[in-house]
Design a binder for this molecule. Structure first.
Ligand SMILES: Nc1nc2c(c(=O)[nH]1)N[C@H]1C(S)=C(S)[C@@H](COP(=O)(O)OP(=O)(O)OC[C@H]3O[C@@H](n4cnc5c(N)ncnc54)[C@H](O)[C@@H]3O)O[C@H]1N2
Ligand code: MOO
Length: 416
């Protein structure tokens, strides 16, 4: 029955191609820019360095072949060094970041010279080079504009901003940067059995783990998250909640209620208020994963319905919903793809699984190779298994595994 289900890679490629960056932009202050995506190119407006300056604490000298130099100036970082001149045989005491005086041929580290104090007749102190040291022309001078030149592009549109890029923008004097607006995501769980942590459990009830897991995950990636609460197993209430959220948000992420049971109302509700684009993929876990859209006037809200088993939610979120959501934030298809590399099986499995499987594994580096071994708890209801794992290993449908077989692995939370 299952072979008509969509393959994972076709599903991922379709999601990446059909979700495009939101057009809303905003100027955001530097301290709040981490993880945001640049919406326009940003130019270099100051040469870096702005002026020739010293890379070391030491002495700026004129005349690399001299045997000693008279110290005639002292230049610290923050001083205006431009008017200062060095004649042949002269030196300036200089510090890292201080401007280079006119006539300087090189900077010598203070560890490489000896300094003689001024004598009684007020002659300036002198430095001589220690035996065994030599001087290269221009050494330890950071030249004006050697790193960045005015008019060049500092950062290109589409760049995901990191702490280092924020520092780079500050180094140019910027206080704000133009970024794509935050993607607003409503997160729901669904099921009469679910109780929020902190409340007592009644018979047949369990705590809701998926909603807070997804909220924390989305927040950590810079999304503006609305907690939509838990939807009862009831079509009318579900339909109303989806329609309301679609007016206010760019995307809805919900979990549970997308399988075939009579209490699984999510797909019907989506069909009534919007469009169900895809139901079910040929994957384990996460087969009932669903996506669609709800259009409201000129606004589109993307909808991702994750299967309720917590590991099914986690796997389909990381491998399918998140890449699509990251496209909305402004990332390219390539940037939004789940991070992946190749590792080698440190286990065997004779019985092939018909669906493409994402096995929860421990990825480790040993003797120059990345190796993977499955964690014990592989049930899609066993969140502890996903916690003990640090990656997902992809197993091709119908394929037994021998030790040493190459597998594609995806680090969990893109962080190893
Ligand atoms: N007859 C069939 N039954 C099922 C099939 C099938 O093909 N035929 N598919 C199974 C698969 S695979 C999955 S995965 C689940 C997914 O079902 P739903 O998405 O409808 O999820 P629920 O039935 O609502 O819940 C499944 C399971 O997960 C627990 N759950 C749900 N939400 C949460 C939450 N927020 N936090 C913690 N746990 C949650 C729920 O209590 C159930 O135990 O369907 C299979 N059935
Ligand atoms: O797809 Mo279900 O996620 O196999 O447990």
């Amino acid at each position: 029955m299952a072979n008509d289900l969509l393959d994972y890679h076709d599903g991922l490629n379709t999601l990446l191609a059909t979700h495009t960056p939101l057009l809303r932009h905003e100027a955001v202050a530097l301290a709040d820019l981490n993880q945001r995506i640049l919406a326009q190119d940003v130019a270099v407006v100051h040469n870096v360095p702005e002026f020739d300056n010293s890379a070391m604490d030491g002495y700026a000298i004129n005349g690399n072949d001299c045997h000693e130099w008279r110290i005639v100036h002292r230049i610290a970082a923050g001083d205006d060094g431009a008017p200062l001149l060095l004649a042949p045989g002269e030196a300036a005491r200089i510090f890292t970041g201080a401007p280079i005086p006119v006539g300087c041929s090189a900077v010598v580290m203070q560890e490489h010279v000896t300094r003689t104090q001024a004598d009684a007749d007020q002659a300036p102190p002198r430095i001589t080079l220690l035996a065994g040291q030599s001087i290269q022309d221009g050494q330890h001078i950071r030249r004006r504009a050697e790193e960045l030149q005015t008019g060049d592009v500092l950062l290109h549109a589409g760049k995901r901003l990191t702490p280092a890029t924020i520092g780079l923008l500050a180094g140019q004097g910027y206080t704000h940067a133009p970024v794509h607006a935050q993607v607003r995501v409503s997160v729901f769980s669904s099921g009469n059995e679910l109780v929020p942590p902190g409340q007592p459990l009644g018979p047949g009830q369990i705590y809701d783990s998926n909603r807070i897991m997804l909220i924390a995950w989305l927040r950590s990636l810079g999304f503006a998250v609305v907690d939509g609460g838990n939807l009862p197993d009831q079509l009318e209430a579900t339909r109303a909640a989806l329609a309301q959220a679609a007016q206010e948000c760019d995307a809805i992420v919900c979990s549970g209620g997308v399988s075939v049971g009579e209490e699984d109302h999510l797909k019907n509700a989506l069909t009534e208020v919007g469009e169900l684009i895809q139901w079910r993929l040929f994957i384990k876990p996460g087969k009932p994963f669903t996506w669609g859209r709800i259009d409201h006037n000129d606004h589109t809200c993307r909808v991702f319905m994750l299967p309720g088993n917590p590991v099914s939610s986690l796997v389909t979120f990381q491998q399918l919903a998140l890449p699509a959501l990251l496209r909305l934030t402004g990332l390219s298809e390539q940037q939004a793809r789940p991070l992946q590399w190749t590792a080698y099986a440190d286990f065997s499995r004779d019985k092939p699984e018909p669906r493409r499987e994402f096995v929860r594994v421990n990825l480790r580096h040993e003797a120059g190779q990345w190796l993977v071994r499955p964690v014990v708890q592989q049930g899609s209801n066993m969140l502890s298994g996903a916690v003990h794992a640090n990656a997902l290993a992809e197993v091709t449908p119908g394929t037994p595994i021998q030790p040493g077989d190459a597998l594609t692995v995806y680090p969990l939370f893109n962080a190893i």
